[in-house]
Design a protein around this ligand. Structure first.
Ligand SMILES: Nc1nc2c(ncn2[C@@H]2O[C@H](COP(=O)(O)OP(=O)(O)OP(=O)(O)O)[C@@H](O)[C@H]2O)c(=O)[nH]1
Ligand SMILES: [Mg+2]
Length: 341
């Protein structure tokens, strides 16, 4: 089982680029040239530290096992105009969706909003010039040289905001993971108890006539999530970036409340967490509507729509009822957003 603590979506790491190599002071020594000219080569540049976003990295678990990442130094210059190889860059692969902050000032340094973005956080120090560089008509035997420039040092705070088109929200046990597994190849853990999902699961769905989208199944929200109750708050940030919310509401809630009040309560938590989420497009699903002969579901749906003033879709992930309708609605909403932006 992948537990909560195995998914690390925040970390602080220290990075340092390589110092440039010093320039060399040397003079040509040959039998027939007793007072040969300068031949000290330049120092090589130090390696840089580069962050690169990748689709294949899920979280910071792997990279946080090291507190500090240093790139290689540049080699010093040598006699005979030799310059050593530059220091090798250190590339740190991070999940796409990472926001990188300066750990001290909390200022955003870079936002890796998609895979394959690169950012040089510490540039390698420049190599120093060797004495051969300083030779001129008035200075035939220069002893000057430069030291390599020191590497840069920074401490960064990395925060992951899962990148998905659609985020699934709802109470624990509402059927979010089941829904994701019935529309995609993702196989999140499903069980009949709250807080089965402890970290975000991503699923890819190919919507006919539209495109491939990513759906994020998130841990359930409860009353008080926005203030830190349950697991919710750690993951609410992940829905800030999704383009669309899918709010799943159990038609037969196991907490004794009505579907409408459950919906309203969770909605409150979401908006309480971030006012901007109020404006985000939302599709409401009444889940576990297994029995299509059951006319009371239809009745409940109408009541829900009347009370909330919102349209809802009835689904059963178990019997695969209504799923295509949901995908069509997702495509319609995303298309509209595509045009608007
Ligand atoms: N009858 C029926 N049961 C369902 C359906 N969808 C989900 N369930 C059941 O509801 C329970 C909870 O499902 P999950 O998909 O784990 O719910 P969740 O919203 O992901 O729950 P958390 O991860 O705890 O937030 C499981 O026992 C599922 O089998 C459905 O369409 N019909
Ligand atoms: Mg779940």
């Amino acid at each position: 089982m992948i537990g909560l603590f195995m998914f690390l979506d925040e970390t602080t790491i220290e990075v340092e680029s390589g110092k440039g190599g010093n320039g060399c002071v040397s003079f040509i020594r040959k039998k027939n040239m007793p007072r040969g000219g300068p031949d000290g080569g330049d120092g090589a540049d130090g390696g840089s530290v580069v962050f690169k976003s990748s689709r294949d990295v899920i979280d910071y678990w792997e990279i946080s096992r090291r507190r500090k990442y240093s790139a290689q130094k540049g080699q010093p210059g040598d006699a005979n105009f030799k310059s050593g190889p530059n220091g090798v860059d250190t590339i740190i692969y991070i999940p796409a969706g990472t926001i990188m902050y300066d750990a001290d000032t909390k200022e955003i340094i870079f936002d890796f909003i998609e895979p394959n973005m690169e950012f040089i956080i510490c540039k390698g120090g420049r190599g120093g010039k060797g004495n051969s560089y300083f030779k001129s008509s008035i200075n035939q035997i220069p002893r000057e040289f430069e030291l390599g420039v020191e590497g840069e040092h920074r401490t960064v705070f990395l925060e992951l905001r899962v990148i998905a088109d659609v985020g699934l929200v709802g109470l624990p046990n509402a059927g979010k993971s089941t829904f994701l597994s019935s529309i995609s190849a993702a196989r999140p853990k499903i069980a009949n108890f709250p807080f089965t999902t402890l970290n975000p699961n991503l699923g890819v769905v190919n919507i006919k006539g539209y495109t491939r989208i990513v759906v994020a199944d998130l841990p359930g929200l409860i009353e008080g999530s926005s203030e830190g109750k349950g697991l919710g708050i750690r993951f609410l940030k992940h829905i800030q970036r999704t383009r669309l919310l899918l709010h799943l509401v159990d038609i037969n809630p196991d907490n004794g409340e009505s579907p409408v009040s459950n919906y309203i309560n969770i909605r409150k938590e979401v908006v309480n967490y971030d006012k901007k989420l109020q404006a985000k497009d939302e599709i409401i699903l009444l889940t576990k509507c297994d029995d299509d002969d059951e006319t009371s579901y239809e009745q409940q749906k109408l009541e829900f729509e009347q009370e909330t003033g919102q349209k809802v879709i009835m689904i059963s992930s178990l019997l695969e009822i209504g799923l295509n309708g949901v995908l069509e609605e997702i495509a319609a909403k995303l298309r509209k957003l595509d045009i608007e932006n």
